[in-house]
Design a protein around this ligand. Structure first.
Ligand code: UDP
Ligand code: UDP
Ligand code: UDP
Length: 461
C-alpha cells in the first residue's frame, strides 16, 4: 500500500506474449499491482492463440474493472510456422510499429512498460525512442535466466558443437548444466527462429531497466545471487528482482465444481497434466493411461493431444479407446481440454503432480505444497525439473529424456507414480516449501519487498 498521499500513482502498461504460460504471470502481476494502487493498462495482442487466453483475459477485466485494456491488433504473417504459439511471437514482432502510437496515446503518460522476455528485441527500440523505462517480466526460472543471458556467448563458442549430450557446459557465472538440458532448437547448427530470437532478446533484456522474475529467494538462492552479484560474463546487467510466486487469483477459479475430488481421501490423488501447449502422441497417451491404472493410485488426468485447445475436439473415447476408458473410471477422473489447475492443486485430495515442469506449474505446486514427478517435454523444462529435484519438491526420471524422444512404457510410469505418491519425506518437504512461498509474498517477505520497492520507484518517474 502506498505510504503517503503526495506521491503520484504509477501508471504501468503490461504486454504479455502468446500462450497461457506467458499470459498467466502477467494476469497475476496485473492483479497484484492493482491491489497496490498502481494504475494498470493491459495491452492485449489480438487475436489470442488459444481460447483459454481470451477467457482468462475476460475474467481479469470482469474482476478488476479499474484495469484499462487496449487491443493491439496483429498484422497477418507471411510465413506461418508449425507452432502456433511461436508464430504468435513473430506476429507481435511484425506488428511492432503499431505499438508506438498506442503507447504514446495512453493517458496519464506511462511510468514504465513491462513486457515478456520474448518481446524484448521488438519493444526496446520503441521504448527507447519515447524515453520510456522498459522492464522485462521473465516468466521462467532464475536459473533459465542465467542461461538466457549467457546464450549469445555460448552460441558463439565453437566448443558447443564438440560436446556430447551429457557433457557439461562451462561458462563463467553459469551454473554447470549438461548440454542435454538445453532446449534442442538452441543446439542446432545454423540459424533457426528460436536461436535468432533468443540471441536478440537476450541482448535487449540485458539492456532493459530491470528484470522481474516469477521466483523466490529461498527457492533459487544460488541463481539469484549470481545474477545480482554480476557474476555473469556480461558488461552490465540491470537489477534482477524476484517477485514470485505470483499468487493465483480468485478470478481464475472456474465455476465448474470438481465434485469427484471432494469424494477422495486427503492427499490420495495424483494430478497429471503437461501444461497448456504440450500434446502427447496417441501411443504415449495409451501407455500413460495404462500406467495410471497399473499404479493403483487415484488420479485426475487432463488429456491433451493437440497443441491448441480449440483444435482438441475429438471425444475422450476416440483418443483413449473405450475399453481403457472404462477401466480408468474405477480410480480416476479423465478430463478433456482445460481444467483450472488452481482448482485442482488447491484441493486437499491432491497429493502429487505428474508435471512437465512448465515454470508456472512449478510455482503453483510450490504455492500449494504439492510434490512433483517431473517429466520435462521441451523448452526450459529440464532446467526447471532440476531445480524441483534439488530443492526437494519432487523427483525427475532423467532417463525418460524429452517427452518426444521416446515412448515411456506403462510399467515405468506405474512404478514412478507409486514411488512419488508413497514418498512421505517429499510430502513434508513440499509443505515446508509452501510455507516459504507464502512467507515471501507476505508482509516483510523478500518478494513482497522487491515488488513494493519497484512500485515506489515507479511512482517517482
Ligand atoms: N493450466 C491450467 N489448466 C490446464 C493447463 C494449464 O490452468 O489444463 C495453467 C497452469 O496452471 C499454468 C499455465 O496454464 O498457470 C501453464 O503454464 P506452464 O508454465 O505450467 O506451462 P506451459 O503451458 O507454458 O507449457
Ligand atoms: N479470436 C481468436 N482467438 C482468441 C480469441 C478470439 O482468434 O483466443 C478471434 C475470434 O475468432 C474472433 C475475434 O478474435 O474472430 C474476436 O474475438 P472475441 O470474441 O474475443 O472478441 P473481442 O475480444 O474483440 O471482444
Ligand atoms: N523464448 C524467447 N524468445 C523467443 C521465443 C521463446 O526468449 O522469441 C523463450 C521462451 O519464453 C522460453 C524459451 O525461450 O523461456 C523456450 O521456448 P519454448 O517455445 O520452447 O517454450 P515456452 O516457455 O515458450 O513454452
Amino acid at each position: 500500500m502506498p505510504s503517503s498521499g503526495d506521491r503520484k500513482l504509477a501508471h504501468v502498461a503490461l504486454l504479455p506474449s502468446a500462450g497461457m504460460g506467458h499470459l498467466t504471470p502477467f494476469l497475476r502481476l496485473a492483479a497484484s499491482l492493482t491491489l497496490q494502487n498502481v494504475q494498470v493498462t493491459f495491452i492485449i495482442p489480438h487475436p489470442t492463440v488459444s481460447l483459454s487466453e481470451s477467457q482468462a483475459l475476460s475474467q481479469l477485466f470482469a474482476s478488476f474493472p479499474q484495469i484499462k485494456h487496449q487491443q493491439f491488433h496483429l498484422l497477418p504473417l507471411d510465413n506461418p510456422s508449425d507452432d502456433p504459439f511461436f508464430e504468435h511471437f513473430q506476429l507481435i514482432k511484425n506488428s511492432s510499429r503499431l505499438l508506438s502510437p498506442l503507447l504514446s496515446a495512453l493517458n496519464p503518460p506511462l511510468s514504465v512498460f513491462i513486457t515478456d522476455m520474448s518481446l524484448a528485441s521488438t519493444v526496446t527500440p520503441i521504448t527507447e525512442a519515447i524515453s520510456l523505462p522498459n522492464y522485462v517480466l521473465f516468466t521462467s526460472s532464475a536459473k533459465m535466466l542465467t542461461f538466457f543471458l549467457c546464450y549469445p556467448t555460448l552460441a558463439d563458442s565453437k566448443a558447443m558443437d564438440e560436446l556430447d549430450e551429457m557433457d557439461v557446459i562451462k561458462i563463467r557465472g553459469l551454473e554447470l548444466m549438461p548440454k542435454s538440458w538445453i532446449p534442442p532448437p538452441l543446439l542446432k547448427k545454423g540459424n533457426n527462429i528460436l536461436k535468432t530470437s533468443f540471441i536478440e532478446d537476450s541482448r535487449k533484456v540485458a539492456e532493459s531497466s530491470g528484470i522481474l522474475v516469477n521466483t523466490f529467494e529461498s527457492f533459487e538462492q544460488e541463481s539469484l545471487r549470481k545474477l545480482n552479484d554480476c557474476q555473469l560474463l556480461l558488461e552490465r546487467l540491470p537489477s534482477v528482482v524476484a517477485i514470485g510466486p505470483l499468487p493465483p487469483c480468485d478470478f481464475e477459479k472456474s465455476q465448474l465444481q470438481l465434485t469427484w475430488l471432494d469424494d477422495q481421501p486427503a492427499g490420495s490423488v495424483v494430478y497429471v497434466s503437461f501444461g497448456s501447449r504440450t500434446a502427447l502422441s496417441r501411443d504415449q497417451v495409451r501407455e500413460l493411461g495404462e500406467g495410471l491404472v497399473r499404479s493403483g493410485s487415484r488420479f485426475i488426468w487432463v488429456v491433451k493431444d493437440k497443441k491448441v485447445d480449440r483444435e482438441d475436439n475429438e471425444g475422450l473415447e476416440g483418443v483413449i479407446g473405450d475399453e481403457l476408458m472404462e477401466r480408468m473410471k474405477e480410480k480416476g477422473l479423465v478430463v478433456r481440454n482445460w481444467v483450472n489447475q488452481e482448482d485442482v492443486l488447491s484441493h486437499p485430495a491432491v497429493g502429487g503432480f505428474f508435471s512437465h515442469c512448465g515454470w508456472n506449474s512449478v510455482m503453483e505446486a510450490a504455492w500449494h505444497g504439492v510434490k512433483i514427478l517431473a517429466w520435462p517435454q521441451h523448452g526450459d523444462q529440464k532446467v526447471n525439473a532440476d531445480i524441483v529435484e534439488r530443492i526437494g519438491l519432487g523427483t525427475w526420471v532423467k532417463s525418460w529424456g524429452w517427452g518426444e524422444e521416446m515412448i515411456v512404457n506403462r510399467a515405468e510410469i506405474a512404478e514412478k507414480i507409486g514411488e512419488i505418491m508413497g514418498n512421505e519425506s517429499l510430502r513434508i518437504q513440499a509443505l515446508g516449501i509452501k510455507e516459504e512461498a507464502r512467507k515471501t509474498v507476505g508482509v516483510g517477505g523478500c518478494s513482497n519487498k522487491g515488488l513494493s520497492e519497484l512500485i515506489n520507484m515507479w511512482g517517482k518517474f
